[in-house]
Design a binder for this molecule. Structure first.
Ligand code: C2O
Ligand code: CU
Length: 459
């Protein structure tokens, strides 16, 4: 089970030239959750039985214009209930897709109608939100792009959905169980095979001088990607879908935690051979995640890209009347915790583990009947996150975007998912302007399933 990408790939030297595939554009108003057989592993390995939307990994690419609507009927052809969460969309609460909180899941053979407005342009994604630790790992995710009325000046717009899969190299099938105590109590389920847009060894072609928009999405259950550009100069133009006021030149490593998105605009500078999106394998070791073959040359733009048009609703939260909350993250291997409340009972760590709960947020393991914060519509909340575990956590708020409040009082960019590092204080703030019940949870999905899930009520 401790295979890394290299071990998996050992013996596969010489695998080149895999076909270029783009996520298919959804043709119908249906999204069918169903089993399918997909070649995730390199050629020569068996195909993998996945759970998919419409039979592809990732699911169909959904595009909508800013201010438009997305209408999809979820058809559940799986053997277990499911639902779809539209990650990062400031959505009507009833459409948020959280089984057990905002809707009943669609039972096998049943359907659920999603119909919602998309107020913000940007790069989003959708994924299962019932038993998500397993359903997302098995493939139930896809890309949702909300287009700007005037797209930026680029030659091409490319989606790169990063994911990893934990497969048994002999059978090509997902390693089970998905709720392995080791994964729950440590960093979560990381794959031994890393791919892009559902493919191992994903490749692209480009010309020197070409300007590309790269939409990076981390759909992995637990892996934090460290990325670098090779043979390209780039600027970050949006994070989690939301445009930056000013494009920021990419100088070092791009960190992409689970569920986060980074939109880059890059100029291809390599003149021969390859450009690449590199990923960190730890230390100073980098490997090409996406190889880009140079096929020609054209005149480069020698301008810094303009910022993407701002989305509505980017006002800074007014902290003068903010309510403060403290969220203490504890538990997990190596740190543990004394006790926490689970389903209304105070349990010690041993008893919690017996219930499959390894983590707690401010003394609460798993969902509580009462919200972590009960906010009035329009109120501003600031939440201090204290990470007393030895693991990083990608904390995601549904339905609203927040900003980091930095130590000097300045605000970070708008985000929906932020990485909390052990022992590094982190504070976020947001205006509670979207009524409903909104999850706030770790997007390392094994952590979410084993304690790190809270919710916020906006009434
Ligand atoms: Cu992307 Cu509650 O999740
Ligand atoms: Cu976590």
């Amino acid at each position: 089970m401790e295979l890394n990408r290299r071990a998996f790939c050992a013996g596969m030297a010489g695998v080149t030239g895999l076909a270029l595939a783009r996520p298919a554009l959804a043709a119908t108003n249906r999204l069918t959750a169903r089993k399918a057989s997909v070649q995730l592993a390199p050629e020569g390995y068996p195909a993998t039985e996945v759970w998919s939307y419409d039979g592809t990994i990732p699911g169909p690419l959904i595009r909508a214009p800013q201010g438009g609507r997305v209408t999809r009927q979820l058809v559940n052809e799986l053997d277990e209930p499911t639902s779809i969460h539209w990650h990062g969309i400031r959505i009507d609460n009833a459409m948020d897709g959280v089984a057990g909180l905002t809707q009943e899941p669609a039972a096998p053979g049943e359907t659920f109608e999603y119909d919602f407005a998309v107020p913000d342009a940007g790069t989003y994604w959708y994924h299962a939100h019932k038993n998500s630790m397993e359903q997302v790992a098995r493939g139930l995710s896809g890309v949702l792009i909300v287009g700007e009325p005037t797209p930026p000046d680029v030659d091409r717009d490319e989606v790169l959905m990063l994911d990893d899969w934990l497969l048994d190299p002999d059978t090509g099938q997902f390693a089970e169980p998905f709720n392995h105590p080791m994964m729950m109590s440590h960093g979560g389920r990381s794959g031994n095979l890393i791919g892009v847009n559902g493919q191992y060894a994903y490749t692209m072609q480009a010309e020197t001088g070409e300007r590309l928009r790269l939409r990076l999405i981390n759909a992995a259950n637990a892996r934090i990607f460290g990325l670098k550009l090779e043979g390209m100069t780039g600027w970050t133009v949006a994070l989690d879908g939301m445009p930056l006021d000013t494009p920021e030149a990419v100088t070092g490593e791009i960190v992409l935690a689970p569920a986060q998105r980074t939109d880059l605009i890059v100029d291809v500078t390599a003149t021969d051979g390859l450009a690449a999106l590199l990923m960190s394998l730890g230390g100073d070791t980098w490997e090409a995640l996406v190889e880009i073959t140079i096929t020609g040359a054209r005149a480069a733009r020698d301008t810094v890209p303009s910022p993407l048009p701002a989305n509505p609703n980017t006002a800074l939260p007014d902290l003068s009347n903010a309510r403060s909350f403290a969220m203490v993250m504890e538990g997990g291997a190596m740190a543990g915790m004394d006790s926490a409340t689970y389903e209304g009972e105070q349990l010690d760590f041993r008893a919690l583990i017996e219930k499959g709960q390894y983590w707690a947020l401010s003394g609460q393991a798993g969902m509580s009947d009462t919200p972590f914060a009960a906010l009035k519509r329009g109120e501003v909340a600031r939440i201090k996150l204290t990470n007393r575990t030895v693991f990083p956590h990608a904390m995601h708020l549904h339905g609203m975007h927040f900003r980091e409040v930095r130590a000097d009082g300045s605000f970070g960019p708008m985000r929906d998912t932020i990485l909390s590092i052990p022992n590094e204080p982190l504070e976020i703030a947001f205006t509670a302007d979207n009524p409903g019940k909104w999850l706030f949870h770790c997007h390392m999905l094994a952590h979410a399933a084993s304690g790190m899930t809270a919710w916020i009520d906006v009434a």
